[in-house]
Design a binder for this molecule. Sequence first.
Ligand code: SF4
Ligand code: FES
Length: 328
Amino acid sequence: MSDTLKVTIDGQSIQVPMGTSILEAARMIGGKLVPPAMCYYKPLKGSGGKCRTCLVAVTQGSEKDPRPMPKLVPSCSTSVMDGMVVESAISERVTEARQSVTEFLLINHPLDCPVCDQAGECKLQDLSFEHGKSFTNYKEERRDNEPDDLGDKIKLNVNRCILCYRCVYAAEQLCGTRDHGVLYRGDHAEISTMIEKSLDSDFIGNVIDVCPVGALTDKTFRFRSRIWFTEQWNAHRSCDKCCGKVVLHKIDGQIARVSARKNEWDEVEEWICDTCRFDKKENEDWTIESKRVPKSKSVQTLNKYSDNSQSVYVKVEGLGSERPKELE
Ligand code: SF4
Ligand code: FES
């Protein structure tokens, strides 16, 4: 028996190792057929299966049992079977389901992108852009919670949270203990700390990077700049707690924010410690490696970079600043 399984997604076939999920197989093929994922996060064990944005249609279960699966299935938590045939971007049923899930995720969202620090790198913003509807059926009052503090460096805006559980898994798996989680059930469910306990761990800052929306943001960077106005640099330092490899976000040459490096799926490549993230904001703390072009496609990168990932900034006479060449 072969160790690999054949799966066909939107007409494209690939051999994948046993145990691969449909979502991971789609990522191996790449392109438009890759389902969006708001809760699945490969580096975090147990993630996925919460948000339903990754739904796909299985039109043939396997070579042995070719019957289709009656319902759409979450691609992040459904394993590939040999001979499986899947429809993702080409299926009208899937397109409609993704639109409805997007509308559902947005019903309690404050839609405050103009003042939200996550704008430009928000996965919900990207999801609405690619899979959203231009209207909502929701007429009821939206949730309206006061922002909260998770310790002295992290801000929690509960009304932006989509309850993906990524931060809960990150705290549990990176910090050993966690002092926050999901309280209550159903439409009352919310991320919270019991009695506003501060989160005391060298790696808790990673919850900011895994949060797909602006529910968890870096208090040291809030309201300092829109992300697309910062210059991003790969840099490293020698650190005894983490890999020390980060992205520096600079404004006028000064470090405004430090974050982990992410891959094209917006997943952290290597976790970083809070010392690197919050306490090393001087240029001499870091060795610069290269200018960074974000790997994922997002609102932030629109019109800013060419397809071969080379920066295409040009100097604009008299403005003393740079703007994308495409806008010339
Ligand atoms: S705070 Fe962010 S990471 Fe945590 S559950 Fe909510 S959306 Fe997910
Ligand atoms: S990404 Fe699959 S259910 Fe959320």
